[in-house]
Design a protein. Sequence first.
Length: 278
Amino acid sequence: MTLNCRGRLLVLERPLVMGILNVTPDSFSDGGLYLDPDRALAHAAAMLRDGAAIIDIGGMSSRPGADIIPVADEMRRVLPVIQRIHKAFPEAILSIDTVHAEVADAAIEAGVSIINDISAGAIDPEITDVALKHDAPYVLMHMRGTPADMQQQTDYEDVALEVLDFLIAHITKLREKGLEDIIVDPGFGFGKTLEQNYALLARLHTFKILEAPILVGLSRKSMIYKALDKQPDEVLAPLSALHWMALEQGARILRVHDVAPAMDVIRIYEIVQQTKTS
């Protein structure tokens, strides 16, 4: 699996940080902060300085209970931001967090190189055709239903096994279609209870059999702050512990709001790994 801003040159030889840039009015922890393209550009610049390898730009909230928004509204939010960031940082790797094929296509034309689809193509099946058309890496995530109803669909017998089976089936279909550059995301917080999220994390290592880079999105998730009775922006320390646990089990991309602490975790993790092999 390789990535760059327009193709396949950056080999994932080490874990990477994906910085979250929500250009939405209603995301669960930073809604409304970066709707202005100037503020969005400044935040992207800060995340890149802190070490983010990828900036993931989203124009639709996927918090529990959120509705799927019209394509036109999403385009209006993300395209000016993508264009500004791509112009200022042409070598930066940009990702579009969308469920809509039309948005993904326009975003790639504007400078994005990765499609991050929380719906695994269930909401708009043509989104995988866009990835194939542009030879773009595709983030395949597990979610039951949609953000509006996903938390009513948590009746798993074995959450880790069922998520794994889901990803195996979808990867098989995508590779038969000709799409090879696939990143897998187990979908922490998407249609899972607090306990199920931790059961999934404890068996993250089993996802290595997929032979695809594993992305984990734990940042500011309720599985942390509700367990500790804190606010989403008050759980950096326990988040770092969970990031370490994820790295130990094979995670290659950490998707985060706070880039610098995640980079620190990766740096120390890599030092420890070097001592094991020296």
